[in-house]
Ligand binder design. Structure first.
Ligand code: M7G
Length: 325
């Protein structure tokens, strides 16, 4: 397989089979012809047939470090479906019944590309994050937040270096869609790693707050309102300006619990159904603002439900605290 590597990993490394360290961050679009031919699969971590994603754990030849690869089939490109059909190289009819037929079709390699996301070197935490696991619901009171969740977050060493690289413009600077540099209420808006930046119906951007001391929803209070309103208003405007997508087509939300404890907001196209957009994970930014306007201490007092997975540190901390009986 020969595919350009268009993703970066969290600690400024990209690969050629053997590890190669870059001096000043990884360029966003490397445009290289590097291949994954030295990669051997050790384990299938997860397979999602609905979203057509398979997640693999493996190693590159000559390296002891583990790697995680996410292979994801791309949606069809509306503008080139005619060309796609005219370049089909092989067709096998698999069913014919009256007016109904099905075929196995093999397109020209130019249309057979898929997106690969690589995390290399990957830590055990990454491997866990991308593995299939048993899921549990936690009903977190403010007391449980203080006694179990917060200590667990503080003890976690899951790196958010990629966030600092973005804020310091060491990586992905060329992808920034909007920037408000105010240190308190400003943010950077850019395409999420999950988006291929092609299909507008799958639009996925992330707004990263400049403020560094806000971990999650639990840290929000009346003093956060200017930042939240700013992200909501300017984020929507920037997306309208750049992609022509109106606010009525956007789902704008915050994860609780997030994977990365630096405050950020997800902007996705309403047609997209990304992982983490369900009720046990996503909180609409509009609702968050409204709740804080009614009660500035709302997120300090609220009980909130979320899911944890079997091997999450948070699950272990809750189990140790006797939560799962
Ligand atoms: P989250 O709510 O902390 O957790 O969101 P989740 O990963 O469980 O959704 C973090 C968001 O940042 C996700 O949507 C990721 O896809 C995205 N993301 C993660 N990394 C490591 C990167 C990155 O390096 N660049 C960009 N642009 N997005 C990233």
């Amino acid at each position: 397989m020969s595919a350009p590597i268009d993703t970066m990993c969290e600690n400024n490394e990209t690969l050629t089979g053997k590890k190669r360290r870059l001096e000043s961050g990884v360029p966003s679009d490397t445009g290289t012809d590097e291949t994954f031919s030295g990669f051997s699969v050790d384990k299938i971590l997860r397979e999602d047939t609905r979203h057509k994603v398979i997640t693999l754990q493996g190693k590159f030849e000559g390296s002891e470090d583990k790697a995680v690869l996410l292979l994801e089939k791309r949606p069809f490109d509306r503008d080139s479906v005619n060309k796609l059909l005219s370049t089909v190289t092989r067709t096998k009819q698999t069913l014919k019944n009256d007016i109904y037929s099905t075929f196995d079709t093999v397109p020209d390699p130019a249309f057979a590309g898929f997106k690969t996301t690589m995390i290399y070197p990957a830590t055990e935490k990454h491997i866990m994050k991308y593995s299939d696991q048993e899921v549990w619901v936690v009903r977190e009171t403010p007391e449980l937040y203080n006694s179990v969740t917060l200590p667990s977050i503080e003890a976690s060493n899951f790196s958010i270096q990629w966030v600092y690289n973005i804020l310091e413009k060491k990586t992905e600077a060329d992808r920034i869609v909007f920037e408000d540099s105010d240190p308190e209420n400003g943010f950077l808006l850019l395409p999420d790693m999950k988006w291929d930046r092609k299909d507008l119906d799958s639009l996925y951007l992330v707004a990263i707050a400049n403020r560094r001391r806000m971990k999650s929803l639990r840290d929000l209070d009346e003093s956060s309102l200017p930042l939240l309103r700013n992200i909501l208003k300017k984020g929507k405007l920037a997306i309208k300006d750049k992609y022509g997508i109106p606010e009525s087509k956007l789902r704008i939300y915050v994860h609780y619990q997030p994977s990365y404890y630096h405050f950020h907001v997800h902007f996705t196209h309403v047609k997209l159904d990304p992982p983490g957009s369900g009720v046990l994970h996503a909180h609409l930014l509009d609702d968050i603002i409204d709740n804080i306007e009614h009660d500035g201490q709302c997120y300090k007092k609220k009980t909130m439900c979320f899911t944890v997975r079997e091997n999450d540190d948070l699950k272990k901390h809750y189990a140790e605290a006797g939560y799962f009986k």
